[in-house]
Ligand binder design. Structure first.
Ligand code: UD1
Length: 419
């Protein structure tokens, strides 16, 4: 097991490049099941969630090659085993994204139920109900979803609740269905737009992505494609906070700032100076202590739940009192007790944290619990005085490519060591 050791209190300065988006790469890799030839993906991040997806696809009969130019060649066009096993699904809930593509292309799929995770129960009822609306027969037995359909038939889908991966699953299922599917109350995240752009390049007929109503006209087949994944807005947002929390100045290249407006608006409120250019963002905190900001998570284009923990770390050392309200996941506060151990003044009641900013945090021995909670501990460690040790960094490796290398480029003192 690896841990990170951070000597905090260093002002970060410099330039880094954002990675490709995790939450785009995963659905697009599952979309490779729909194609009748290989896909070549560029700008894919090096993350354990991407490796898990590739292992899952390989287990089903796909082949992949990581090319010397870092692009990923994936041929999932002829799957031989239409089963997503528990041992892989349990490590990554996004595995449910195999369901729509397998079912629509092969007429059947068997996928382990993902189960809960550290941030909440995370059911998949919306995925299953919408697939039933498209004509699938679904039964859940022994922890597995068994889905069959001679041919999915396009229809009107009304999601009771907005879900990112359910929207993606149904878009993919509808691409090869007979007739037209209209999804109402669809998620509007930029990663959905990225998936749809890729599917359109493969020959799908889809309109409305990025709005709450998406229409998909089924086609007979989809082809292979070469596609560049969009930049990761959550990774970029996390590094911007690393600059803000240490009073530094950094530039991040390879970003799409248009998809980060809610995050940038909050960073501006902290007192940071922010400049955006075509593909880059510069944040300059000019050595100042950030001002505390109130946060309420919501669906896109509002403030993302995936940035809540990182802003909690920022508020912990900010000037003033703030509230942080989580409305998407019921238990996304695993970082609170750990930040409190560093001296943060945080009180959790229901789904709201009240934070009284303290002047400084002190380094401590901490346990990473889930992906974004772990990122908040790294940020707190960068700002704290003394040494912070973070155990179980495999959570971070799910969503941050070479995090310690990027932070070192910005001047941080951070090392990964093996137990
Ligand atoms: C995706 C993102 C994740 C992000 C989340 C919310 C990927 C791979 N992951 O996760 O990083 O934090 O969106 O922006 O893109 N729900 C149900 N029933 C369902 C599905 C969801 O009740 O069938 C609930 C969930 O428990 C949660 C809410 O809907 O309370 C939103 O979850 P959802 O948008 O589905 O999250 P994911 O797509 O799993």
């Amino acid at each position: 097991m690896y841990k990170l050791i951070i000597n905090g209190g260093i002002v970060l300065n410099g330039h880094i490049k954002a990675a490709g988006s995790k939450n785009s790469s995963l659905p697009i890799l599952f979309a490779s099941i729909l194609a009748n030839g290989p896909i070549i993906l560029t700008n894919t991040p090096h993350l354990s969630d991407v490796s898990t997806t590739l292992r899952l696809l390989m287990d089903m009969g796909a082949e992949f090659i990581l090319e010397s130019d870092n692009s990923l060649f994936v041929d999932s066009s002829k799957l031989t085993n239409l089963v997503a096993q528990y041992n892989l699904v349990k490590t990554m809930r996004a595995s449910i994204l195999a369901l729509g593509p397998m079912l629509t292309k092969y007429g059947k799929a068997k996928i382990s139920l993902p189960g809960g995770c550290a941030i909440g129960s995370r059911p998949v009822n919306l995925h299953l109900k919408a697939l039933e609306n498209l004509g699938a027969f679904i039964k859940v037995e022994n922890g597995y979803i068994y889905a069959t359909a001679k041919k999915l038939i396009g229809t009107e889908i009304h999601f009771d609740q907005i879900s990112v991966t359910a929207t993606e699953n149904i878009i993919m299922a509808a691409t090869l269905a007979t007739g037209t599917t209209t999804i109402h109350n669809a998620a509007q995240e930029p990663e959905i737009v990225d998936l749809v752009n890729c599917l359109i390049k493969m020959g799908a007929k889809i309109s409305g992505a990025g709005t709450s109503i998406i229409t998909i006209e089924g086609v007979d087949e989809l082809s292979g494609v070469t596609y560049a994944v969009c930049p990761d807005r959550i990774e970029a947002g996390t590094y911007l906070i690393a600059a803000a929390i240490t009073g530094g100045k950094i530039t991040i290249k390879n970003v799409c700032y248009q998809s980060m407006r809610a995050i940038l608006a909050k960073l501006l409120e902290t007192g940071a100076d922010i400049k955006t250019e075509k593909n880059s963002i510069t944040l300059d905190m000019q050595g100042k202590r950030p001002k505390a900001v109130n946060i309420k998570t919501s669906t896109y284009p509002n403030f993302p739940t995936d940035m809540q923990a990182q802003f909690t770390a920022l508020n912990a050392i900010a000037d003033g009192c703030s509230t942080i309200t989580e409305t998407i996941f019921e238990n996304r506060f695993m970082h609170i007790p750990e930040l409190s151990r560093m001296g943060a003044n945080l009180t959790l009641e229901d789904n709201t944290v009240t934070c009284k900013g303290v002047k400084s945090l002190t380094g401590a021995h901490l346990m990473a619990t889930d992906l974004r909670a772990s990122a908040s501990l790294v940020l707190a460690g960068l700002a704290a005085t003394g040494t912070t040790t973070i155990e179980r960094v495999y959570h971070l490796d799910r969503g941050y490519e070479t995090i310690e290398e990027k932070l070192k480029l910005l001047g941080a003192q951070i090392e990964r060591v093996q137990d």
